[in-house]
Ligand binder design. Structure first.
Ligand SMILES: Cc1cc2nc3c(=O)[nH]c(=O)nc-3n(C[C@H](O)[C@H](O)[C@H](O)COP(=O)(O)OP(=O)(O)OC[C@H]3O[C@@H](n4cnc5c(N)ncnc54)[C@H](O)[C@@H]3O)c2cc1C
Length: 294
């Protein structure tokens, strides 16, 4: 197998041009599992770990720009945790320290699993994903990049370069339900952002459909009911209606990890708790898994 080790995007594009059957490799935490199970037999790989343009992060105006090669461990750094608390909460729930050291946001997007933990957060933040190839760059919403389970609209040779998200937007919560407390793929996960300035709640659901789902009806309902000036918690009735609308937005399936019914129940519990935490000012480790939501 041919291995390319480019240090710039240009070199990565050149490598792909030389070998159009090559696969891109970042942390390898999804990719190598597939290779080990003989689900992939790439004739060549283009390693992205040394590509300068994919590393690190920066603030540009009101946006944080994350290089696609940023790892979960890097997302947990205190400064980034303040700017993107929802993503830090999600990162804390990913795999183990080894997986968090190697796994990247670009890889989570590239794999496009419905259970990817960074994805609901990116959806709730209305992230823009910048992709590039030899032929130019384009910027996509998450829903235009990930179009099905493990299906993206990336063209051959196209690399996810960066993710642009608003800095320190409102209050952010991420909750995940799994069958145990560590090293677990989400049975359901929820990201919720309460944008105090924009007077809107955004709520994205993972692992309950073929792609991440924005619970738009629930968002509109609760955004109109919230007392944005007083920041008083929604009434019990409004909270119950919000939870019901979240559940009705889910399109879960039965599989070896969970039943559809349990998944639907779980996203409701997570969304209700996330909204509650936003108003209680309870920003303690919301990333703690809500194992066996009750
Ligand atoms: C033990 C274990 C536990 C895990 N736990 C979790 C978990 O809790 N939550 C979770 O969400 N995931 C989990 N994962 C899955 C995995 O760690 C994540 O999806 C991770 O983000 C993948 O990133 P990576 O850099 O390792 O991607 P890789 O494995 O290198 O690549 C994954 C895919 O994305 C493509 N790709 C990577 N980078 C780019 C790029 N810049 N441009 C274009 N395509 C690209 C690759 O070609 C490949 O198809 C776990 C995996 C393991 C093995």
């Amino acid at each position: 197998m041919l291995v390319f080790l480019p240090v710039s995007l240009e070199e990565a594009f050149d490598a792909f041009e030389q070998c159009p059957d090559a696969h891109f490799l970042a942390g390898g935490t999804d990719f190598m599992v597939e290779v080990n199970f003989a689900l992939r037999r790439p004739p060549a790989v283009v390693c992205l770990r040394r590509v300068e343009e994919l590393q690190g992060w920066r603030v540009e105006g009101s946006e944080v720009v994350l290089g696609a090669g940023i790892t979960y461990t890097e997302l947990l750094a205190p400064r980034l945790g303040e700017l993107l608390p929802g993503l830090a909460q999600a990162s804390r729930t990913v795999g183990s320290p080894q997986i968090r050291n190697a796994g990247t946001v670009g890889g989570n997007l590239g794999t496009a699993s419905p259970a990817g933990d960074s994805l609901p957060v990116l959806a709730a933040l209305d992230a823009k994903i910048v992709v590039a190839s030899k032929h130019g760059r384009r910027s996509l919403e998450l829903a235009d990049l990930i179009v099905g389970p493990k299906r993206t609209t990336l063209a051959p040779g196209e690399v996810i370069v960066e993710v642009r998200v608003p800095a320190a937007l409102g209050s952010q919560q991420f909750l995940k339900v799994g069958t145990r407390n560590a090293m677990v793929i989400a049975v359901a996960n929820v990201a919720l952002v309460a944008d105090w300035a924009g007077r809107s709640v955004r709520c994205a659901l993972g692992s309950v459909g073929p792609v991440v789902i924005r619970a738009r009806e629930a968002e509109e309902f609760i955004s109109a009911r919230i007392d944005w000036e007083g920041r008083t918690p929604p009434s019990d009735g409004d909270l119950a209606e919000f939870t019901a609308l979240v559940r009705s937005a889910a399109r879960p399936i039965d599989d070896h990890r969970s039943t559809a019914d349990y998944r639907r129940h779980s996203v409701g519990v997570c969304a209700e708790r996330a909204l509650g935490r936003v108003f209680s000012g309870d920003n303690r480790e919301a990333s703690e898994r809500t194992s066996w939501a009750s």
